[in-house]
Design a protein around this ligand. Structure first.
Ligand code: MV4
Length: 575
């Protein structure tokens, strides 16, 4: 087992890994950006080191700074969490070259699965089929036309180096082929810097079912049941559950065994997830995620297996202590992601800020995996996942009711949360009947009136305990003190925050949050109306239209696709 593990991440997943290490008597090393100098993961770790910087690129993605801390701390293992460097083969190699263990799969497996075409080929080689499609790159519209004649429409054109649905275009009929190829290539180039594309038949309303796998370095691999993640919008999962409801036993078993074959076929070790689409009683392999996933706790609650403990054991060379026959699934588990976002009737507006109050639910069958406590700040620079409510019940109906009960007990003051939309999903008869697909939240769920007002905590405490970080020579030590709670007082005075795109009334169009410009929709000289989209900003894995506040002529365009912008930056000026 490791003696000291460095967690190359932040927020709830860093907290989750630190807790697992503590359970095993393994020392923990946290990293922090300037904004996170006093974050929960930093307070919980045995040691913490400064990376500097504010944005992810300046901090949690700063390879040199992280490698330097690995060396200084003497860590013998690195857990990447999810996101950041978790699926970066170069990072895994750089760590391994320094004699430190990457707590994840071999870099070769990350590479095979990072390229969607080789990921498809790898599955085909072990007899696991994807959606009918090809592993050829599209170089000529005639290929798509021929595919349409054989398999029919719609067809999905996908980015070979894509992910998260970006670069994917649905071709409804023959007339749309050329335009779809163009826009898939353009989007793919903007997001991933590569324009290779391929195609598959497009499934219109599938369910997203994924299988958790775990493999050791001695050739043993098991699957730990499945999860349904169909309740999502714009590729952001809202609610996940295990097991996937209403799957025939033989299909479930076949999918589990297929997942294990895919893992063994690419030399996989550690925890991983094989994604499938399920439609009309058939399953189709989609891709493999070579990391621990956000929704892993639902699998833990129904199997009793601590996945992070297993990751640490497998990475330190231990063989799996159980076989497939030992794995059982008991009851039902549901995870609700609590994001600092106002559902705003479907607009999902980010709501960063200080969490003035946080009361998490408790009681039988309840687990809360949080990354923040009251007094902590949710920054616009990072993922705004506050925490995850994970609930177990002896069957799905019990789990749904208990999740609603737990949400009733949950209080978050100071930032808006996605709780109202979670409630709308959990109370809906379609969700109860498990007839929902990946399209359901966007196309069927009515979000009229579903919003979250920012509530202010009303306790009159004049002081608050702050566990402050004192940094000495780039290493963090903590000191507790009681200080006047000025931020809470200021927040109480402040009126409710404005959401969406902003402007200053002088014709400048600004962005409301940090992100990347993926498309510019106007040019100097264009006439625009109030409400017209000026550009598309990608932030927190979502595309946001930045709109003009007033009508007029575009006199300046200050951004181009690929530019990084910060909150308040001017993208264009309307004269
Ligand atoms: C598909 C599909 C339908 N047919 N491929 C979206 C993200 C990427 N991982 C693959 N995705 C999809 N691929 C074919 N051939 C539908 C989706 C899809 C989806 C998949 C899983 C979870 C949510 C989704 C939401 C929209 C589309």
């Amino acid at each position: 087992m490791f003696s000291k593990v460095l967690i190359a991440n932040r927020g709830e997943i860093a907290v989750r890994v630190i807790r697992a290490c503590r359970d095993l008597g393994v020392g923990t090393v946290a990293l922090y950006s300037e904004l996170d100098h006093d974050a929960l993961h930093v307070r919980l770790a045995d040691e913490a080191y400064a990376l500097g910087g504010q944005t992810a690129a300046e901090s949690y993605l700063n390879t040199d700074a992280i490698l330097d801390v690995i060396e200084r701390s003497g860590a013998d293992g690195v857990h990447p969490g999810y996101g950041f460097f978790s699926e970066n083969a170069d990072f895994a190699r750089a760590i391994t070259e320094r004699g430190v263990t990457f707590i994840g799969p071999p870099p070769e497996a990350i590479e095979v699965m990072g390229d969607k075409i080789s990921a498809r080929t790898a599955a085909e080689e072990v007899g696991v089929d994807g959606v009918p499609g090809t592993t050829d790159l599209i170089t000529d519209p005639a290929q798509v036309r021929a595919f349409g004649e054989e398999h029919g429409y719609p067809i999905a054109i996908k980015a070979a180096y894509g992910g998260g649905g970006r670069g994917m275009k649905v071709v409804a009929d023959e007339s749309a082929i050329e335009a779809s190829i163009d826009s898939a290539q353009r989007e793919s180039l903007a997001y991933f810097g590569r324009e290779e594309i391929y195609m598959e038949r497009y499934l219109v309303a599938p369910r997203h079912v994924e299988v958790q796998v775990l493999a050791d370095a001695h050739g043993n691999a098991v699957y730990l049941g499945d999860r349904d993640c169909s309740a999502q919008r714009r590729h952001q999962k809202l609610i996940e559950e295990a097991p996937a409801p209403d799957l025939p036993d033989d299909l479930r078993r076949a999918m589990g065994e297929a997942a294990v074959q895919v893992a063994l076929g690419c030399g996989y070790t550690n925890a991983g997830t094989v994604e499938f689409l399920v439609e009309d009683g058939a399953y189709y392999y989609l891709e493999m995620n070579t990391r621990l996933q956000v929704e892993h706790p639902v699998t833990e609650l129904v199997t009793g297996v601590d996945l992070v403990e297993q990751q640490l054991r497998v990475a330190s060379g231990e063989p799996l202590a159980f076989t497939q026959d030992d794995v059982t699934v008991t009851g039902h588990a549901i995870e609700v992601r609590l994001n600092a976002e106002d559902p705003a009737e479907g607009a999902f507006l980010p709501s960063p800020g200080r969490i003035d109050g946080l009361k998490v639910p408790d009681g039988y069958g309840i687990r809360f995996d949080g990354g923040y406590e009251a007094g902590d700040e949710v920054s616009q620079f990072y993922d705004n996942l506050i925490g995850k409510l994970v609930v177990w019940g002896h069957d799905r109906d019990v789990a749904i009711r208990r999740t609603l009960r737990a949400l009733d007990e949950t209080v978050v003051d100071g930032v808006a949360t996605t709780i109202p939309v979670d409630r709308a999903i959990l109370e809906h008869p379609d969700f109860a009947a498990a007839t929902h697909s990946t399209k359901w939240v966007e196309e069927t769920l009515d979000l009229t009136g579903v919003r979250c007002e920012v509530s202010a905590s009303d306790d009159g405490e004049p002081t608050i305990r702050r566990d402050l970080g004192v940094e000495v020579d780039g290493r963090r030590f903590s000191v507790s003190m009681w200080v006047p709670d000025q931020a809470a007082a200021a927040k109480r005075r402040r009126s409710s925050r404005a959401g969406g795109a902003g402007g200053s009334g002088d014709g400048s169009v600004t962005v409301p949050m940090q992100g990347t410009i993926v498309k510019v929709l106007v040019a100097v000289g264009d006439a625009v109306e109030a409400g017209d989209a000026i550009c598309v900003l990608e932030a927190m894995k979502m595309e946001n239209n930045i709109v003009a506040e007033a009508s007029g002529e575009v006199t300046e365009v200050r951004v181009a696709p690929g530019d990084s912008v910060g909150s308040g930056d001017i993208v264009a000026v309307i004269g």
